[in-house]
Design a binder for this molecule. Structure first.
Ligand SMILES: [Zn+2]
Ligand SMILES: [Zn+2]
Length: 279
């Protein structure tokens, strides 16, 4: 076989593999596309984001409510002596609903108006979805790290925009969105920009939003389970809930939301959780 034949075979093999990757996701994408009217509605982005957020929060809310009565359930809690009260949960929830209606909804409508929804017939390749989602998470992690450091190092920015999120020194799931309008919109903007920069397929964009919401919810859950993502990823590359809980307790470390490399690089990484010793 000469060189050009070998290259033709390699191209053919690559095309077949790519098509197989797309075929895997095609039924799921067809099911999603069947709801085009809803996907194209200006109400979709805000309802999607709120519904996904609340679905991920719900198990942790139940766990918090039950663990107040059943001490055994506090085994995996990062700060077993600090449980959110019902009043605190309601305050965080109302604040989140208010921010979604007053700030996020108008911005997502503007985004919907300026960037019409595109829903191509073909699904993306599974491999590409994984790579693009990972790339978006890395980019979002970097943007959030820079935003976070700046809002801690400049006192005016901290007091005006970020202090609200630090009202609670112990993480609990509904604290995830307990933040100022500026913080909510900035982080929402970063999340929205990542799939555009990476030129993601709309399906990848949705998957990235879901994974991103899950990771931010898990970070604030206040629980560390043996199956938590940061325990499954080797070399401490992901910080997970203990990392972010340390940030809420100590303020001056662990600025990156998901990965640890930026904090490692800038000397702001703190590993040991103070409550670990008292357990
Ligand atoms: Zn902070
Ligand atoms: Zn936080």
């Amino acid at each position: 076989m000469n060189c050009s034949e070998q290259s033709r075979v390699a191209t053919f093999r690559f095309t077949v593999e790519a098509e197989q990757g797309a075929v895997v996701l095609q039924p799921l994408w067809d099911t999603v596309r069947a709801r085009q009217d809803w996907l194209r509605s200006p109400f979709f982005p805000v309802s999607f984001s709120f519904a996904v957020y609340m679905s991920f929060c719900l198990p942790f809310i139940l766990l918090d409510l039950l663990s107040a009565k059943i001490p055994a359930l506090r085994k995996y809690k990062l700060q077993p002596h600090n449980s959110p009260t019902l009043g605190m949960m309601m305050l965080c929830l109302f604040h989140t609903i208010y921010n979604h209606i007053v700030f996020i909804f108008p911005v997502t409508v503007a985004h919907w108006y300026w960037r019409p929804v595109s829903l191509p017939k073909a699904a993306p390749e599974a491999q590409k979805v994984l790579l693009d989602t990972f790339a978006c998470l890395l980019l979002f992690d970097f943007q959030s790290f820079v935003w976070h450091v700046v809002h801690h190092r400049i006192p005016w920015l901290y007091k005006t925009f970020h202090k609200l999120h630090h009202k609670h020194t112990s993480t609990s799931v509904l604290v995830t969105h307990y933040s100022s309008a500026w913080e909510t919109l900035s982080l929402g903007f970063f999340a929205g920009v990542c799939p555009i920069v990476m030129k993601c397929h709309p399906m990848t964009e949705m998957i990235f939003f879901i994974v991103n919401i899950w990771l931010s919810v898990e970070d604030h859950s206040g629980y560390e389970f043996p199956w938590s993502l940061h325990k499954l990823v080797p070399f401490g590359l992901c910080g997970g809930p203990p990392h972010h809980d340390i940030h809420h307790m100590k303020f001056r470390s662990n600025y990156a939301p998901y990965f640890t490399h930026w904090d490692r690089l800038f000397g702001t990484l703190a590993h040991s959780h103070p409550e670990e010793k008292s357990k």
